[in-house]
Design a protein around this ligand. Structure first.
Ligand SMILES: [Ca+2]
Ligand SMILES: [Ca+2]
Length: 192
């Protein structure tokens, strides 16, 4: 028992050291309610959303953990978004988008067949500025975006969102993290 307790204490000490280390990546995490998506598809229900600075790579790592596995081919338009406000005025300057789409449904979507793609989008125009690496595995979506692609801000505010229709439809996101308070958006803060 004594040695077991010492091992536990040693592990706690190591864990504390890791947390305190100055080279730890800074991250910003939002936990979201289960079952609050407007869509019945559990893969649109955000449980956790996160932004992490990948130290040494000049890359920001965006993540959403959903309430169910994401199909290779969902039943229709599906998008995982991170709205980014780099100047603090409450309006997104960029939207990081991983979406299942086709051109006939969404003009900015490149390709006539249904497919997954990434798009760093200018929300004012809806146009794609750049693409980026992304992965979809199980119930997790990850996007890897160069800091320079959004102007290398040292701080910014963000909101994660899921959609089952393009923004041009005028329909709202089906889940947000953080959620609205009343009808007002709540922005999470990221700093590195
Ligand atoms: Ca949710
Ligand atoms: Ca929510």
């Amino acid at each position: 028992m004594g040695s077991h307790l010492r091992l536990v204490l040693a592990c706690v000490a190591v864990f504390t050291l890791v947390l305190a280390s100055p080279v730890s990546a800074s991250s910003s995490v939002v936990h979201d309610a289960s079952g609050d998506s407007l869509s019945s598809h559990s893969y649109t229900d955000i449980g956790l959303a996160k932004v992490t600075d990948q130290v040494g790579t000049e890359t920001l790592y965006f993540q959403q953990v959903l309430g169910g596995s994401i199909p290779a081919a969902p039943t229709g338009f599906t998008a995982y978004n991170w709205l980014i406000d780099t100047d603090g005025n409450g309006i997104a300057n960029y939207v990081i988008v991983v979406r299942f789409c086709r051109h006939s449904l969404q003009a900015a979507c490149v390709g006539d067949e249904w497919h997954w793609e990434s798009a760093l989008t200018n929300p004012a125009t809806g146009q794609s500025i750049a693409s980026f690496e992304f992965t979809i595995a199980g119930n997790v979506v990850k996007a890897f975006v160069a800091q320079s692609a959004i102007g290398s801000p040292s701080t910014f505010r963000w909101i994660a969102a899921t959609r089952t229709s393009p923004a041009s439809s005028g329909l709202p996101s089906v889940d947000l993290a953080p959620d609205l308070v009343g009808s007002s958006p709540v922005w999470a803060e990221f700093g590195r």
